[in-house]
Every structure is written in C-alpha cells, then in structure tokens.
Design a protein around this ligand. Structure first.
Ligand code: 4GY
Length: 250
C-alpha cells in the first residue's frame, strides 16, 4: 500500500485543521493512506516568552522567524522517527513553482515529508541553508504564511495515491494527467435556461463521446492556456485536431 507521511511545522496549526478533517483528505487519513502530523514551532522555543520571531538584522520592518526553534523542531521530528529519511520543503514565493508533475513525484515519495511554513515576513536564511532540501511556491503571489500552500501540496499529492479517490471521483485523475485542461461536463436536466447538453453526450456512442471530449479538452487548452500545449502529451491525431481548431478560431 502506498502511503504519504507529512510533518507540518507552523506557528498556526489551527489553519491546517479544518481542511485535513473534511472530505477526501479526512477519508484518506481514516484509511491510513495519508498520515499527517502538525507541530507548533512555538512548542520548540526555549525562553519563557516562547519567542519564535525577532526583528531583522540590518533593520527594516517585519519580523523574521528565528532559526533556533525550527532547528529544535527538526531535531524532535528526527528523534521521533529513528532511522527514517526525510525530505524537507519550505513553502515560499522564492521556491520553484509547484505543478502537477511535482505533485505526482511527491505522491510517490517514500521519505517522510517535512513541510515548513513561514509566517510574517521571512525566515532566518540559516534554516534554508542547513535544513531545507527544496523550496516550493504555489504561485507568484504572497500569502500571509505557508500554511495554505502546505495544504495545497498535501491535497494535490494525496489525491494521486491509489485508493484516495473513489471510483466515482477517480476519472478526474486524468484531467490534468496528460497536461491538458478538462473538457466541459454536464448533468441533468438536458435543457437548462434554454441551453442544451451537446447531442453527442446523449447519443450513447462512447467512441464519439471520447473523441468529442478529447477535442473539447484540446480546444479549452488552446483558448485558455495555449502555453500548456508545449508540454502536453499529444498524439499525431491531437496535433491534426489542433490544426483544425486553429483554422476555425481564426
Ligand atoms: N506563494 N507559495 C507561498 C507564500 C508566505 C513569509 C515565507 C507561496 O508557497 N508559499 O506566499 N508563503 C510567506 C510568508 C515567510 C512564506
């Protein structure tokens, strides 16, 4: 059985709680496919005020997460799993962009994955130098902290584990698997606000339906995210369809 193990380090464990305890992630945890532990960095401070951050050397606004408590937290994690190996990831806008390919790789990761979440302005660089294997960004914008990004990484990787999605849901696994956008979907009623479901979807002809869906996926990608076509898994037939679509859309 493939299983994912995450250790999240954060000053705000409560942010992770809701999402890990709902819906598919909750079910994956209950099935033992996804194992998550969320630790509060503040628990690893050693002064009486439990100081986790401090003002930056060199001056300026904002606070910097102190190295000490994070080092202690890493030591505690390593002591809790003797002989295990770890992959530590810092969520930060300075990281490499997280994408479906990285999600697929992480879903097969054997090591325990430490997700380090910064908050406030920054994190002491010595943490990154000494403890962080990889920096990941979920997009080119700045969050108040890495917690939401950590949830995105957990969610995207966990849903790719065999057994996490049920049969009903698992078709959705393919939607980005080939690097294309999804085709349109419809459910009852067949007419809504004067708009009809495409006839082919009511035809019962599954070869036609598959061809229609592929063409619509190619069309959506061409119109909305043409950049994805450079790296998508395309057959010769796909390329012909795309040529036809380009003509039509001119
Ligand atoms: N974007 N992708 C992101 C982020 C918040 C200051 C370091 C992102 O992953 N994380 O914006 N994180 C910052 C806040 C400390 C993390």
């Amino acid at each position: 059985m493939r299983r994912l193990n995450f250790e999240v380090l954060t000053l705000f464990p409560g942010i992770l709680e809701g999402p890990l305890n709902e819906s598919i992630l909750k079910r994956a945890r209950d099935k033992g496919l996804l194992n998550t532990s969320v630790r509060n960095i503040r628990d690893y401070t050693e002064d009486k005020h439990k100081t986790a951050d401090d003002s930056p050397y060199g001056g300026g606004a904002g606070m910097v997460l102190k190295a000490g408590p994070i080092f202690k937290a890493f030591e505690a994690i390593k002591a809790a799993y003797p002989g295990e190996s770890f992959l530590s990831i810092l969520l930060s806008p300075q990281g490499r962009l997280f994408d479906q390919q990285r999600a697929e790789e992480l879903s097969g990761e054997k090591r325990r994955i430490i997700l380090l979440c910064g908050h406030y302005e920054a994190i002491d660089e010595r943490v990154i130098d000494a403890l962080v294997d990889e920096e990941l960004s979920i997009g080119d914008y700045v969050l108040t902290g890495g917690e939401l990004a950590a949830l995105v990484v957990i969610d995207a990787a966990a849903r790719l584990l065999p057994g996490v999605l049920g049969d009903e849901e698992s078709a959705y696994r393919d939607s980005f698997g080939d690097g294309l956008l999804d085709h349109p979907h419809y459910t009852r009623p067949a007419e809504f606000l004067g708009r009809n479901v495409p006839d082919v979807l009511l035809s019962g002809n599954h070869a036609d339906i598959d061809r229609w869906r592929r063409r619509e996926a190619l069309k959506a990608t061409l119109i909305k995210r043409p950049d994805l076509l450079a790296t998508a898994d395309l057959t010769d037939e796909d390329r012909k369809i795309l040529e036809g679509l380009r003509q039509e859309l001119e």
